[in-house]
Design a protein around this ligand. Structure first.
Ligand SMILES: [Zn+2]
Length: 335
């Protein structure tokens, strides 16, 4: 790595000074690795992780010093890392890696860039994605709710655009603090990721968890965040999209009532709506969905995340994490 040129006790000639200036300039433009003689570390040399489709992995990067930025890349998705202070744990950074429910099983590389001033360190982890056994659901719905006419298709497309635009704007600050909570106390149907056959035809897999609860039951926000979007859409019905920061979103659909509005700051456990059956729903229930840096993950994997005693770091503090790798258990149900 670079030596600190400003501390050299020797006299430098004019030519030397020019060369030094050039090196300093170049190294501020190009990553430091370009000047290093050591070959890049082999793939996966910094650790191994594994999880099933739809799970969330907690990735740790050790680091005594405060970095300027720590950022990972996994299957073209950006994973922001954050520092969290926990007593009695070694300092470092945590990244929450979501495995999308449709990521193909296999081994992929997670690269992590640790920027410290002008220097950039590259880390490499292997992530084994294992297949989850998703249920197959056969649903019978009124024909008009499954086979949309032209007008309904146009409406659905426009609604997708609205959601995409709203979700492109995500908070760069980590807004969640404590543990995640279940939004309603109800019967978990265990159909996250299930293959759906509607009126005999295969459809998109189910990208959230449905929780059966009575009409009008309170729906709580699963953590602190900002209401990014409230909707009344053809499939999701009345819904709320909560931005928890760093690419972390939770969604609450089919509500009978929405009690918050776009831009509201909310806290974990705050009642944001009431259970309903709006949109494409067969009866009152909450559809709880999660998007983590673009990956559709099982919402129940959030309940196992190790933030129970998480504390917001003092500005210069060193940090930590836990070894826990949350797992999700889906219980297949047949209808
Ligand atoms: Zn659902």
């Amino acid at each position: 790595m670079m030596t600190n040129l400003t501390q050299r006790p020797v006299r430098v000639s004019r030519l030397d000074r020019t060369l030094i200036a050039a090196v300093v300039l170049l190294s501020s433009i190009f990553p430091v690795e370009l000047f290093s003689n050591t070959p890049p570390a082999p793939r996966g040399s910094d650790g191994q992780y594994s999880g099933k489709q739809g799970q969330v992995l907690v990735v740790k990067v050790k680091g005594e010093e405060q970095a300027t930025e720590v950022k990972g890349t996994f299957l073209s998705r950006t994973i922001p890392f954050f520092r969290e202070f926990r007593p009695e744990e070694p300092p470092g950074y945590i990244g929450l890696l979501g495995i999308d429910m449709q990521d193909d099983p296999g081994t992929y590389e997670l690269t992590v860039e640790v920027k410290q001033g002008e220097q950039t360190k590259h880390l490499s982890f292997n992530v084994l994605v294992a297949k989850e056994k998703f249920a197959v659901e056969h649903l019978t719905l009124p024909k008009e709710k499954v086979d949309l006419d032209e007008k309904a298709v146009a409406r659905w497309k426009a609604e997708q655009q609205v959601v995409q635009q709203a979700l492109a704007e995500n908070s760069r600050l980590k807004l969640w603090h404590s543990n995640f909570v279940e939004p309603v106390n109800g019967k978990r149907t265990g159909i996250f990721g299930s293959v759906r056959i509607m009126n005999g035809k295969p459809r998109n897999p189910h990208n959230g968890e449905d929780i059966g609860a009575p009409m009008g039951a309170d729906v709580a926000a699963s953590n602190d965040g900002i209401v990014r979007l409230t909707v009344d859409h053809v499939f999701s019905g009345k819904g709320v999209f909560v931005d928890h920061g760093l690419g972390f979103y939770t969604m609450y659909f089919h509500l009978s009532e929405v009690l918050v509005k776009d831009g509201d700051l909310i806290t974990a456990g705050q009642i944001i709506g009431k259970v309903g059956a709006t949109g494409r729903a067969t009866g009152p229930h909450l559809h709880w969905g999660v998007k983590l840096n673009g990956a559709r993950v099982n919402p129940y994997s959030l309940l196992d995340l190790p933030f129970k005693n998480g504390v917001t770091p003092p500005p210069t503090a060193t940090v930590s994490t836990s070894e826990t790798t949350p797992t999700s258990q889906t219980v297949p149900v047949k209808e």
